[in-house]
Ligand binder design. Structure first.
Ligand code: ADP
Ligand code: MG
Ligand code: ZN
Length: 678
């Protein structure tokens, strides 16, 4: 096949291709936008000359060169002035007919042009790379220009001046060398492509050229067309290894749509979905199909259902309000928290399961890491990778200290900002979060507050729309039923509960529902505002603690919208609002708020501190800050003396309050006996 074609000049064929009206126009307009490359749709080339397109895939180095020469020739015809300025133009190919799986890449694809989709997990800043290096001979001053390929910079072996011809020494002259922008990415398999139970693989990608660098940020889903290269890593003093490492030299890069990809439903599927949505029991049916093998926990499954569907994000000119929901499960060990989370990660579009520590250096948010060669790169953490999906974070209480700082922004603003090591970036993290945490004391102690039970900052707790407590209390009757359920699973090897909506349909249904943006009906609006105002009003009297905050009101709206979405309704009804209020009450009740008596103090629940205590804590903190101004870190005994002297707070009380502030992370102990505010 190859032989036959070589009788035709490939460059001529490409030139003919570029004479098509569409490409002539693209080439003619290059000067206007200052472009340095021309993009070819592979399918068109395939339609134009199938063999040419096939050989392009097989011998991309030669054939991209032919294409580039041809494009340059055509540029000379269309716009000779710009052609003279450009010296050469690059040809970029997009949308190959088939994509290659990242994990299937091997020796067979070496040197070939392939298309690979994945998530960018890591990116270096844009860095100049030398293309033509100028070297000055120190003996005669002649400049030799050396075209650069490969990883390392090549110096001339002998001086190019015929009068000199000696082997240097040479000095690199930066001002006379040509550079091009380059960037290194690390591409990871998309969760959709991951075989069950496998860890995702990654591939390093080299981007060269101002038009493809800096297009993608960590967390972006991209499609890259490039040539598969392999190079042997070298061990200093020993030589090169026999086993090569694969790398992709990118030819083109496209950032893919932000929505998780699911194939559009067929007509039958759509009918099935619409039928399900009209079922008066649709909520119950979907709920009972979530983690059917896990016994009980109806209210938690209900919350998970709302989390899957989500509320509607609102983007106003000045602010954006997230639509994604966050839920937290706090519970005793062995209460199926991990199982629930893993299940959700499996069924949710773009679901991701991770532990609080995260599985990579980037943890939950993002990190700037130093790579082997000493260069810095930005790596996306779990919340960025789960952008537009659901992040299931197990053992969240064990997250890294860096994440504790960054996660507030991630949960409320849905972005992760990094400014470190010369990298300044903001990444998207528009993800719903289902988190689990173990009680810090081993078991959940109901007479203590939520904040006392887990080691998570109070501010963080308030970012969860719903919080539930899973307690493992011996209960004869319930235990009996649960034992039966679990043993039945083990006996049959399948769930004893019949699923009404299978995973496949559920996933499609969720994607479909997300296209609907329900709005609050007047009646729904009234119910929500009545409930909210009643609770606020209960705490209006002078000096009483602050009750529910605007955060809870927004949560209620999100939940109500999700409820409408489950039934594919465009309007949130009064019933939806009531159901949202009901689950919110349940959640508040679980964290210790008595909703019926309207005696609520979110501060008390979350922080475990009624207002009077808060006032005293405030005094302690202000004093600490005051003293910090002088000594930067404060000696504990001195602080206690001051408080006793000026505010008559007994030392034992101060001691206790400091313990509490330490535990919740408001202050810390940089060294034994010294304190500092976080
Ligand atoms: N309600 C339940 N229904 C079914 N299995 C359960 C239930 N509660 C606990 N289990 C089982 O107990 C085991 C421990 O669950 P796990 O998810 O690891 O707990 P946790 O993460 O809360 O410590 C799992 O095998 C789980 O299937
Ligand atoms: Mg667990
Ligand atoms: Zn010389």
């Amino acid at each position: 096949m190859t032989k036959e074609l070589e009788t035709v000049d490939p460059q001529e064929r490409f030139l003919e291709f570029f004479k098509k009206e569409k490409y002539r126009q693209r080439i003619a307009q290059m000067a206007i936008t200052g472009r340095e490359s021309i993009t070819i749709d592979f399918e068109e080339l395939f339609g134009f000359d199938q063999r040419l397109s096939e050989i392009l895939l097989d011998k991309p180095d030669d054939y991209l060169q032919h294409a580039s020469n041809a494009a340059y020739g055509q540029l000379g015809i269309e716009d000779s002035e710009y052609a003279q300025k450009m010296e050469k133009i690059a040809v970029r190919v997009v949308q190959l007919l088939g994509k290659e799986q990242l994990r299937k890449l091997g020796s067979k694809q070496m040197g070939k042009l392939v298309m690979i989709e994945g998530i960018v997990v890591r990116a270096t800043p844009v860095r100049p790379m030398v293309m033509i290096a100028s070297f000055k001979c120190k003996r005669c001053g002649t400049i030799s220009k050396i075209e650069q390929t490969g990883q390392f910079m090549k110096a001339p072996t002998v001086c190019t001046s015929p009068d000199c011809g000696q082997n240097g020494p040479f000095e690199f002259i930066q001002e006379e060398s040509t550079f091009i922008d380059s960037q290194d990415l690390r591409l990871q398999e998309k969760p959709e492509d991951l075989p069950p139970g496998q860890l995702p693989r990654t591939l390093s990608v080299k981007l060269v050229g101002g038009e493809i660098v800096d297009l993608a940020r960590p967390g972006d889903h991209v499609s890259i067309v490039g040539i598969v290269r392999a190079f042997a890593p070298s061990r200093p003093g020993i030589g090169k290894l026999r086993t090569f490492i694969l790398q992709l030299d990118a030819n083109s890069l496209e950032v893919l749509g932000k929505e998780p990809e699911t194939s559009p439903p067929t007509i039958e599927e759509e009918e099935k979905m619409l039928e399900l949505s009209k079922d008066p029991w649709v909520h119950r049916k979907i709920m009972s199909s979530i983690a059917p093998s896990i016994y009980g926990y109806e209210h938690i499954k209900e919350a998970i259902m709302y989390l899957l569907f989500g509320g509607v994000s609102k983007t106003l000119p000045d602010i954006t309000v997230r639509g994604e929901m966050n839920a937290l499960l706090i519970g005793d060990p062995g209460t199926a928290k991990s199982q629930l989370l893993q299940y959700v990660a499996r069924i949710a579009p773009r679901g991701l399961y991770t532990s609080g520590r995260g599985t990579t250096a980037a943890g939950l948010t993002a990190a700037v890491i130093r790579e082997k060669g000493g260069s810095m790169s930005l790596e996306a953490g779990a919340l960025v990778l789960a952008d537009k999906g659901i992040a299931c974070i197990d053992e969240m209480d064990k997250m890294r200290p860096e994440d504790r700082v960054a996660i507030h922004e991630a949960m409320e603003q849905h972005t992760v900002s990094v400014a470190k090591g010369g990298i300044v970036a903001t990444l998207n993290a528009r993800t719903a979060i289902l988190a689990a945490a173990n009680p810090s004391l081993g078991r959940y102690e109901p007479h203590r507050t939520v904040a006392e039970n887990i080691s998570l900052a109070v501010m963080l707790l308030s970012r969860f729309d719903l919080i539930f407590v899973l307690r493992d209390v011996p209960d004869k009757e319930a235990d009996g039923r649960m034992t039966e359920h679990i043993l039945e699973i083990h006996r049959r090897g399948s769930s004893p509960v019949e699923v009404q909506v299978d995973i496949e349909l559920m996933r499609k249904y969720v994607s479909y529902a997300k296209g609907i943006k329900p709005v609050l009906g007047t009646e729904a609006l009234k119910r929500l505002s009545d409930f909210y105002l009643a609770m606020r009003g209960a705490s209006e009297t002078e000096g009483s603690p602050v009750a529910i905050t605007a955060r809870q009101l927004e949560s209620l709206v999100r939940i109500a919208e999700a409820i409408a979405r489950v039934a594919l309704r465009k309007e949130v009804t009064a019933e939806d609002a009531e159901a949202a209020i009901a689950i919110m009450k349940r959640s508040l009740g679980e964290v210790g708020i008595d909703v019926s008596s309207y005696k609520m103090d979110i501060d008390l629940i979350m922080t475990g501190k009624p207002k009077s205590v808060r006032d005293r804590l405030h005094i302690v903190l202000s004093m600490l800050v005051e003293m910090e101004k002088e000594t930067s870190i404060v000696e504990k005994t001195k602080l206690m003396n001051e408080l006793e002297l000026k505010h008559k707070i007994p030392r034992s009380d101060t001691e206790r309050m400091l313990g509490q502030l330490l535990r919740e992370g408001t202050i810390y102990e940089p060294k034994e006996g010294f304190l500092k505010k976080t």
